[in-house]
Design a protein around this ligand. Structure first.
Ligand SMILES: *Cc1c(COP(=O)(O)O)cnc(C)c1O
Length: 450
């Protein structure tokens, strides 16, 4: 009985899959937040190295993974795929459940898959330092690790409330050589302006993005880096789905449904995009993005132009959004609390190619606990949304008496999130109401484009 499906190092993909040339229909332009005109590559040069800007708009379907990046990927890739025999048995389902496990990376999630190439393209462009932001710390720790590998300095603005509540991810960043500041900080004019009004401000991802962008834009040797949402980030993550396809071939299966949790869209894109072209070529495969009911961007947001950040400094993209000033409730899946979504994933949802589902917090923890008690891996709270989605599909298969092949991405482990599990085990977790009024309010502040 096949449990663990492994690829050898020389089977590590040599190229990423760029979905842009295969997108159905025209892609909307990205709009400059000040001029309100389409963004040009030159507009982006103060923030990103040319190598990444080119990837952001590339029409090439396959993009070579640089040898230096492949060598580092080999520290944890190809990542394993597992058949969830024990979970299947516990559910009594005729479905076969496979999961790709990205928690084997040094930072414990899929995020190093893009942090490493981002650091690489910065290094070869002469960047000396990367400035970025982090909420709960998964992205901050991944970019810190990648900068360390390429000898770049790294500055992370960490949302103040998380800086206090998640001390271990801060320690990971510092261990990997990054300097970490609670945001809002007094290092930027954006941060100082907020502190002047409200010295106890606990920060938000939107504020931290503004600080990191300002830091990069005002220092010649510094560039900015983002851990999700952007086209090049989604493309780097396709290594997950490309490997998964090879692994399923070894198992002699092809998925009926591919599932990922959805925050900004990158790990979902990673597992799902390589299957989109199969679907276009007539294969019957469903693609399902699962998000938290308390931050229901894809299921309750609208498809419109909106700012990427709260402070309206980031470019305006056409995407599903809850409004750039929407403040989601404080669920434990911190990585899924984003008002917007990847423009690529959004367009696929809009075209009906990707299905979406929103799930409440407690149902996700129930799924995570069942998973930990059967498959033994303790999942990240974010990943538990994908597990919930997979379990529900498996239970449906049972009801219908159908053998189905389910593939999901286990985006990370939860070893640094045990406070969340403590809260669940002590019955302290709550489900949040769908924040209808707050969403209605923030959706009334969208920018007018065109
Ligand atoms: C950041 C994170 C996510 C959400 O980000 P996406 O860009 O939507 O993938 C999901 N899972 C884990 C473990 C994360 O760290």
């Amino acid at each position: 009985m096949l449990t663990k499906i492994l690829l050898s190092e020389d089977q590590l993909p040599k190229q990423w899959y760029n979905i842009i040339p295969d997108m159905p229909g025209q892609m909307a332009p990205v709009i400059h937040p000040v001029t309100m005109q389409p963004v040009t590559p030159d507009d982006l040069l103060p923030l990103f190295p040319m190598g990444l800007i080119e990837q952001e708009v590339s029409q090439e379907r396959w993009i070579d993974i640089p040898e230096e990046v492949r060598e580092i990927y080999k520290l944890w890739r190809p990542s394993p795929m597992f058949r969830a025999h024990k979970l299947e048995k516990a559910l009594g389902t005729p479905a076969k459940i496979y999961y790709k496990y990205e928690g084997v990376s040094p930072a414990g999630s899929h995020k190093p898959n893009t942090a490493v190439p981002q650091a690489y393209y910065n290094k070869i462009a002469g960047t000396k330092r990367i400035a970025s932001e982090t909420g709960a710390g998964q992205w901050g720790s991944s970019i810190a690790m990648a900068c360390q590998l390429f000898g770049l300095k790294c500055t992370v603005y960490m949302v103040k409330v998380s800086y206090g509540q998640k001390p271990y991810r801060k320690s990971m960043m510092q261990l990997w050589g990054a300097e970490v500041f609670p945001s809002p900080s007094n290092r930027t004019s954006a941060g100082r302006a907020i502190l002047a009004k409200d010295p106890d401000n606990q920060g938000s991802l939107g504020i931290a993005i503004s600080e990191a962008v300002e830091d990069a834009a005002t220092h010649e040797d510094t560039r900015y880096s983002l851990g999700s949402v952007l086209n090049h980030v989604c493309m780097h993550q396709t290594i997950i789905g490309l490997e998964a396809k090879e692994q399923l071939k070894i198992a002699g299966d092809y998925p009926d449904v591919v599932i990922g949790c959805h925050g900004g869209g990158s790990n979902f894109a990673g597992i799902a995009f390589p299957f989109v072209s199969d679907k276009a070529n007539g294969k019957e495969v469903r693609l399902l993005a699962v998000e938290p009911a308390s931050c229901p961007t894809l299921t309750k947001g609208i498809y419109a132009f909106d700012y990427g950040d709260t402070a309206k400094m980031a470019p305006i993209s056409r995407m599903y959004t809850l409004g750039h000033d929407f403040m989601p409730p404080g669920i434990h899946a911190g990585g899924l609390r984003y008002h917007g979504a990847s423009p690529l994933v959004s367009q696929l949802v809009h075209e009906g190619i990707v299905e979406t589902r929103a799930v409440p917090q407690i149902a996700c923890f129930e799924a995570a606990v069942l998973f930990a008690r059967t498959e033994s891996i303790i999942p990240a709270p974010e990943s538990s949304h994908a597990i919930r989605g997979a379990i529900d599909e498996a239970l449906l298969a049972k009801e219908e008496g159908k053998e189905r092949v389910i593939l999901f991405n286990l985006s990370g482990h939860g070893h640094v999130d045990m406070a969340a599990y403590d809260a669940y085990l002590n019955n302290e977790l709550q489900d949040y109401e769908y924040p209808e009024d707050a969403i209605k309010e923030s959706l009334s502040h969208l920018p007018k484009v065109g």
